[in-house]
Design a protein around this ligand. Sequence first.
Ligand SMILES: NC(=O)c1ccc[n+]([C@@H]2O[C@H](COP(=O)([O-])OP(=O)(O)OC[C@H]3O[C@@H](n4cnc5c(N)ncnc54)[C@H](OP(=O)(O)O)[C@@H]3O)[C@@H](O)[C@H]2O)c1
Length: 328
Amino acid sequence: MKAAVFDAFGPPDQVLQVRDLPTPKPGPGQVRVRMIYSPINPSDMLVVEGKYGVLPTLPATPGFEGVGVVDEAGPGILGRLVLGKRVAVINSAGGNWAEYAVIPARQARPIPHGVSDEQAAAFFVNPATVLALVRHVLAVPRGAWLLQSAAGSTLGRMVIKLARHDGIKTINVVRRQEAVAELEALGGDVVLASADGNIEDRVREITGGRGVLHAIDPVGGATGLGLFRALGEGGKLVLYGALSGEPIPIEPRAAIAGDRRLEGFWLGHWMRKRSIPASLKLFREIGRLIREDVLSSRIGTIYPLDRIQEATREAASIGRDGKTLLRL
Ligand SMILES: NC(=O)c1ccc[n+]([C@@H]2O[C@H](COP(=O)([O-])OP(=O)(O)OC[C@H]3O[C@@H](n4cnc5c(N)ncnc54)[C@H](OP(=O)(O)O)[C@@H]3O)[C@@H](O)[C@H]2O)c1
């Protein structure tokens, strides 16, 4: 089979190569999936750069999620149940940027009808994170404000649509002025360009001086600090990404006197704490909300695997329009 492989950590467009590898065989409790599409997510890029929380032994193939059809099952009941089915391929070890991937059968989740292959490619990572952050970790009540940065990301757009669906108001921070009108049209209640001034002052104007109680940030640095300072008393900021690569210089007094909280979120940890029925419920909810165009992804260019360098360059570009997919 063909697979994208890297032997050393570094810039994805330099270290990734397409190679012929032996087609893998599923072992007990595993299935083999004939891959259709896999997205290029920021977490995949971080793995190749050697900057992710958990790194593979090299050489390795990236790719945490995607869609495909189960073409062989190893010994075990679960695998037989999904044989021949189109599934979300949740590959916590990475390895989906290949023609075939072997994963635990329990992580091959059948995709409901009415969800296209392109949407199914990004079925899990972003939709599950959005539901986890908005409905569980922050449990934002109806009518409350939710403040977010990188609001034009695939995930940020889902937050805007879910908030509208759930009766939550959003204040959205973007780095490019050009993104403002587009996110307002998508349903963002307020959209601010970070270059336009102090985030804290703008948020306090909007909230009558009180600040917000709920905020999420995948950027860090000055943007993360702006969101933290915009919290009202008792407010919480959840950090779920590190797009700027910069630390957040928080003043201890701001946290202490304002009773403000800062928390990290990682989907892998969060999912491990969920029971099997709760995970199944989450999957059903994701399927329903993708069909209703609430947790659907904006899809960008689709590249064949042999154009992997070009695909990763596009995925890393500023102002990219939609999620870049690999056709496998
Ligand atoms: N913790 C978790 O479990 C978890 C799970 C899922 C996703 N995430 C994180 O969620 C974030 C969004 O993921 P995604 O798939 O939606 O990404 P995406 O579609 O690739 O979008 C990335 C967005 O980030 C913006 N951006 C990039 N660098 C920035 C910077 N330095 N300052 C401000 N904005 C910046 C880009 O802005 P432009 O439009 O201006 O280019 C773009 O809108 C990523 O950080 C990802 O790692 C975390």
